[in-house]
Design a protein around this ligand. Structure first.
Ligand code: ATP
Length: 356
């Protein structure tokens, strides 16, 4: 018997379609190896290009199709030159997270080759220290929560609200602890509890949830200190959990120490839906040149297969993960962002060849 999985494919704008094409190539290659599963891919148009066509970067009908799918694979959306009439850039990826309640932003940060990092003394294996941790970013509240609230015009001040609800904090902390339990059993809360009452509340809830996971060690680190520690000793972290905006910033910093945005996959998960995409944006300056790094997207495909939780898709996730490790072990296999000359398509082909 074959188990079918419907995957909504959203290339989006800029380099999105280029990197998604390689992710799909790898998905098809792994499908040919797996037994008893099939992937039915359904493509949808979203983002700045769709806005120019239809006036809506995320049409309601597309969102409905995404909800019907078993998982969503997204490239990147938005272009700096395409804005709403009021001048604000479109953020359909944030809208999707909120509308599908994808509260759990999972951002693995892992070094695959010592040549990828600007830091000294780290390597993917062997003698050097390892970089291998996961940022859990709360995706649906925090400092982004009031961003769409209409504001009176003409005021001489603006405010944004750091909103932390008990429900929001509890569920994200629980996800972080569950993940830490499967990994090296250290869960770090990143907050600003010394200054902001919302963050002191977040800390209280983190500590409460932590009591249900006695085998997981916990620590609290202020967000400013974490910016320092991620450069000085990134090897000392396992899972860290934080609010929306801090997670947004630390994800880029994390990507920066393992080779850049092209090396950073992500999953936005809720209790019902799962969306998988590289952490990067549309990178318009390199779009169409065939040089974008597809590794973040390919690793996001692996995260999707793991999340689908069928024994064969989980096996597929492991196959992709090992293939990426094997390919990147060879320093000749590097795209331009990490100092090499491998093209987007060549990198996708290399991962497919390394799958068996
Ligand atoms: P957004 O606001 O949409 O998240 P951003 O402004 O953070 O986007 P990105 O598009 O993520 O910007 O790009 C940040 C930098 O990383 C740029 O220099 C871009 O060229 C580079 N970059 C991003 N993704 C890749 C990739 N897959 N391969 C190579 N370089 C990339």
């Amino acid at each position: 018997m074959i188990t079918p999985f419907t995957i909504a494919i959203l290339g989006g704008d800029g380099i999105g379609p280029e990197v998604v094409a390689e992710g799909v190539k790898v998905l098809r290659a792994v499908e040919a190896i797996l037994a008893g599963v099939r992937f039915d891919l359904v493509e949808h148009s979203v983002g700045a290009g769709e806005y120019l066509r239809s006036g809506n970067p995320l049409p309601a009908a597309t969102l409905e199709r995404m909800e019907e799918a078993d998982a969503i694979l997204l490239g990147a959306m938005g272009l700096p030159s395409v804005r709403w009439p009021n001048g604000v850039e479109m953020t359909p990826q944030i809208d999707i997270r909120e509308q599908l309640d994808l509260y759990n932003g999972v951002r693995p940060i892992r070094l695959y080759h010592e040549l990828h990092t600007p830091l000294r003394g780290y390597s993917a294996n062997g003698t050097g220290r390892r970089i291998d941790f996961v940022i859990i970013r709360e995706n649906c509240e925090g400092l982004f929560s009031e961003r769409l609230t209409p504001r009176p015009v003409g005021r001489d001040f603006e405010t944004d609200t750091m909103k932390i609800t008990r429900r929001g904090a509890e569920r994200i902390c629980r996800e972080a602890f569950k993940l830490a339990q499967k990994r090296r059993k250290l869960c770090t809360l990143v907050d600003k509890a010394n200054v902001l009452p919302s963050m002191a509340f977040f800390r209280k809830i983190f500590d409460e949830v932590g009591r249900d996971f006695p085998e997981v060690k916990t620590e609290h680190v202020y967000v400013d200190a974490m910016a320092l520690f991620l450069v000085q000793r990134p090897d000392s972290f396992d899972v860290m959990v934080t609010e929306n905006m801090f997670g947004d910033i630390l994800s880029d910093l994390g990507a920066g120490i393992v080779g850049g945005m092209g090396m950073a996959p992500s999953a936005d998960l809720g209790d019902t839906y799962g969306l998988f995409q590289p952490s990067h944006g549309t990178a318009p300056t390199i779009a169409g040149k065939g040089i974008a790094n597809p590794i973040a997207t390919i690793l996001s495909v692996a995260m999707m297969l793991e999340w689908l939780e069928h024994p064969e898709t989980v096996r597929g996730a492991c196959l992709i993960q090992s293939a990426v490790e094997r390919v990147l072990e060879n320093p000749a296999h590097r795209t331009a962002d990490v100092g090499g000359r491998t093209t987007t398509k060549q990198m996708g082909d290399l991962v497919c060849q390394a799958l068996t």
